[in-house]
Design a protein around this ligand. Structure first.
Ligand code: FES
Length: 903
């Protein structure tokens, strides 16, 4: 058939059942993204004969004779040169973070008339964004611009644009799957995974005969093809911090969705048909879905592994446990005037980054294994592949293109290991891209947790004892189970000055989807518990919740201790919690309460949170910076860009030290070829650790340049000042390009220690409908102690996005595990992440501090805004209704049953 795409007549022969999205991508239009293939997210939006459509829902054959515009051709639809006005508006407002939704969002927004622009909640209901919280998108569509100018020597503290912005709004930014099957990828094969229908079973036999007979199938791989080695899918600086309980392919399956076998074929359809043709003989094993039942005597043992796997208690399915205390909690409770004890439960939620997991692997011309992956940890993934397959480091390269969202979900090796095996077995390039269903049913989630909190306090609110007991469901594999448990137990109570603290915790295997790293790394669940309990304590003692926090929070010189009395490398690099409390309290004091009418009950609530700015036990980074022949710079860093803004911040950090504009710094990142090591972009370390390495490299290079210029100009190095594209000494001016032949290059390192602390305070005003239980957020205010903010607009976006994601988790997101252990709602439609209509515009206020640990005074701020949200909402709902919700999500039907009018 013939169709016209972006003004070009193209021939295509769609396969039976093929959708327009895949056809357009096969024609090379990679700006058309896959988010769901179900019409829910809008990442694939194109114009079909001038109308925006979700191309995943349009049968390809229907496009015959049609005119199609994708993001790549949008600019050509308006007169004149340059961008379409909506592309320009998204650039001006930086209406994106990872950018994976942006093409679809721009395509829809470009068709809106003024009336539709005034009704964005309705107009954008078909386009989802997981990163921004939609505030920057609203700014773009309204034509607001808050960019600062890029000026020599003044890069830090300015709202400069992301360097990838022009590529993102034009569909030229390349993500993992945006690669044509040419060159190294010629002959690309497709990998599909046959997944277990049983929660726990032993594979007695696999018959691949019929699968291998499917036309196009090249190979079927089973546990007999996999290395007999155990590893953890979690990625951490020290791999021995995580339990080794996973095989690439195992003969035991432990959750519905676990890998059984893989088929590698010439097309996705053939690989899927191959999977369907495999015959598996299972011996069903007893399964357990509840963590408490899994620890009980007689429960089925999920991992019968050797002691070297580091599982805490194999017979009780305990992957990790924690028992620690300071002081004496019994004495503390004896000294209390009031003791309050409650349990709080947090559900399983999904990261729901719009780009699913995926990897492409091949052999390069030297025979090296190359993996192009959507990962937050290319270096740790390379090291894990080397250990798993016995390869030296220089025989494996892992790199990430732009990553379409991560939120911790891509701190996990769940595609690269199997792609590597398939490349080594077939000798051909191989691609694996998760479907949205696999993303929900077979990747990872946040850890469901039950947290019991017991607080003792004097009548004036002074805490005398804090006790906490955590039960965390790590699912079928241990991956981040221990790390999340230890971290979750820490900062939520280290926030409070109290001599007596005690924590007991267990992370427990069940035959359910594995849990993993997720924004907040355990703190969102424990913070919900502790900050809800603090609110209850404030009510019981009739003390204002802000006053109760001020009476008890740590202040500089207080020890930063939770359950572990041993010294840590955490220090007060700066302190802005007092400002954060004031900022939120004042914002509400200055605002007239909302009045949605007599059917609504209105209340306000707040919660506080603290986070260590760097993960413990090591997080290192290296940056390289080189002066180029034209007097600009090449910066290479290991950390990945997945919407966290590191590509902008690193250039600002380097430009500040080099007295130039950020635009003069070219950046390459997230490639094991470019620098020696970077632990990874998780724990908000892209700015505070990798940024520190960049700052050191830039300072060292500036010194080199001054020294080289001084010898040319015959002055002392101290007399030389870097000024844009030149070095200035008095009246003399030497162009940087003149120094380039000297090959000036500097390397910077950061060790990730010492660590500082950052703070967040969230306030909400909510209205609850008296009869339906519907919850509306009338006002959302977030104060953040991010140190000296390097890019205010970008940091504000991180906060708004974190709050938005946490609102979804607090109010309605929930992965439903049915009675077979399967995820019952593995789609955006069944799961529901916040759309434009669901979210308030969060007002973001920054404390004014300078951190002596972080680069240019900055602190981490990507994951921590998430943490206080659930408690602040629960506290506001309680203020409005008198109902204390102790279980997330706070759905309307759950609240409805508890409302006073319904009792
Ligand atoms: Fe919208 Fe990432 S920027 S999904």
């Amino acid at each position: 058939m013939t169709l016209t795409v972006n003004g070009r007549a193209q021939q295509a022969e769609p396969r039976p059942g093929q959708c327009l999205r895949t056809l357009l991508r096969e024609l090379g239009w990679f700006g058309v993204k896959k988010g769901c293939d179900a019409g829910d997210c809008g990442a694939c939006t194109v114009h079909l004969d001038g109308k925006p459509v979700h191309s995943c829902l349009v049968p390809a054959f229907r496009a015959e004779g049609s005119t199609i515009t994708t993001i790549e051709g949008l600019a050509d639809t308006v007169p004149g040169e340059g961008l379409h006005p909506m592309q320009q508006a998204f650039l001006d407002a930086q209406g994106f973070q990872c950018g994976f939704c942006t093409a679809g969002m721009v395509m829809t927004a470009s068709t809106l008339d003024p009336a539709q622009k005034a009704e964005l909640p309705r107009a954008l209901k078909g386009n989802l964004c997981r990163c921004t919280g939609y505030s920057a998108i609203a700014d773009a569509i309204a034509g607001r611009c808050s960019l600062d100018a890029d000026a020599d020597g003044a890069a830090s503290g300015r709202s400069l644009p992301a360097p990838a912005g022009p590529d993102i709004v034009t569909g030229q930014a390349r993500y993992t799957m945006d690669a044509a099957p040419v060159g190294d990828l010629a002959g690309l094969l497709h990998l599909k995974i046959l997944r277990s229908p049983h929660p726990h079973a032993r594979i007695r036999a696999i018959d691949s005969t019929r699968a291998l007979a499917v036309p196009g199938v090249v190979a079927v791989l089973t546990h007999k093809d996999a290395p007999d080695a155990l590893f953890s899918t979690a990625r951490h600086h020290h791999h021995s911090d995580d339990v080794d309980d996973t095989r690439v392919l195992d003969e035991v399956v432990r959750f519905v969705g676990d890998r059984v076998a893989v088929v590698v074929a010439q097309s996705e359809a053939a690989a899927e048909a191959g999977c369907a043709a495999i015959a598996v003989d299972y011996q069903l094993l007893p399964a357990v879905f509840d963590p408490e039942a899994a620890m009980a005597p007689g429960a089925p043992v999920i991992h019968d592994k050797p002691a070297t796997s580091r599982i805490a208690d194999i017979s009780r399915n305990i992957v990790a446990e924690l028992h620690g205390h300071i002081g004496d909690v019994d004495q503390g409770f004896d000294a209390a005037d009031l003791i309050l004890e409650r349990s709080y439960t947090s559900q399983r939620v999904q990261h729901a980054h719009l780009e699913t997991h995926g990897a492409i692997g091949w052999r390069d011309t030297d025979g090296r294994l190359v993996i192009r992956s959507s990962t937050q940890t290319p270096f740790l993934t390379r090291d894990a592949l080397c250990r798993l397959y016995g390869l030296p480091r220089d025989r494996v390269r892992v790199f990430a293109e732009r990553v379409g969202g991560g939120f911790g979900g891509k701190q996990e090796m769940i595609t690269e290991d199997i792609v590597a095996l398939a490349v080594m077995k077939t000798g051909r390039p191989v691609k694996l891209e998760f479907t949205r269903t696999e993303q929900f049913a077979a990747s990872t989630s946040r850890h469901p947790m039950t947290v019991r909190v017991k607080l003792g306090a004097k009548a004036d609110g002074t805490l005398t004892a804090i006790e906490m007991e955590i039960l965390s469901n790590t699912g079928a594999y241990g991956n981040h189970g221990g790390g999340v448990l230890f971290h979750g137990a820490n900062e939520c109570i280290a926030l409070y000055r109290c001599a007596n603290k005690k924590v007991d915790g267990h992370a427990v295997y069940t035959n359910t989807l594995p849990s993993g790293a997720f924004r907040g790394y355990g703190l969102s669940q424990t913070n919900f518990a502790v900050e809800s309990a603090m609110d209850e304590l404030a009510r019981a003692l009739d003390i204002d919740p802000f006053a109760l926090r001020r009476r008890n929070v740590v202040v500089p010189d207080d020890p930063l201790i939770s359950y572990d009395p041993h010294p840590h490398d955490v220090e007060y690099g700066s302190y802005g919690l007092d400002q954060c409390l004031d900022l939120v309290e004042n914002a509400f004091a200055d605002a007239v309460p909302g009045d949605p009418g007599p059917d609504w009950m209105v209340g306000r609530g707040m919660a506080a949170a603290m986070i260590d700015t760097i993960p413990p036990r090591g997080h290192t980074a290296e940056s390289r910076l080189r002066l180029l022949a034209d007097g600009t710079y090449q910066l290479s860093v290991g950390t990945a860009e997945f919407g966290n803004g590191t590509s902008t911040v690193h250039r600002q950090v380097a430009a500040t030290a080099l007295g130039t504009r950020a635009a003069n710094i070219a950046l390459s990142q997230s490639d094991t070829e470019h620098v020696r090591h970077d632990t990874g972009a998780y724990g908000s370390t892209g700015t505070v650790v990798a940024g520190q390495a960049t700052q050191r490299a830039a300072q060292a290079l500036a010194e080199m340049i001054r020294a080289a210029a001084a010898s040319r100009l015959g002055v002392a190095p101290e007399a030389c000042r870097l000024d844009g594209d030149a070095v200035v000494a008095g009246e003399q001016r030497l162009a940087l390009s003149a120094l380039a032949p000297e090959g000036l290059e500097a390397v910077g390192h950061a060790s990730g220690s010492p660590r500082s602390i950052a703070f967040n305070v969230q306030g909400f005003e909510v209205a609850v409908h008296r009869r339906s239980g519907e919850i509306r957020i009338l006002r959302s205010v977030h104060a953040a102690d991010a140190g000296t903010v390097i890019n205010p607009m970008q940091c504000r976006g991180q906060v708004q996005g974190g709050v938005a994601q946490a609102i979804g988790a607090a109010l309605y997101e929930r992965m439903i595990v049915d009675d077979t252990g399967a995820i019952a709602n593995p789609s955006f439609r069944g799961y529901h992440i916040p759309s434009f209509a669901d979210l308030p515009q969060t007002q973001v206020l920054f404390a004014d501090t300078y951190d002596r640990v972080g680069p240019l005074g900055a602190k981490s701020m990507s994951e921590s805004p998430y943490n206080p949200v659930a408690a602040a909402l629960a506290n506001a709902i309680c203020e409005a209704t008198g109902v204390r919700l102790t279980q997330t999500p706070f759905t309307a039907d759950r609240l409805y049953r508890l409302l006073p009018d319904q009792k």
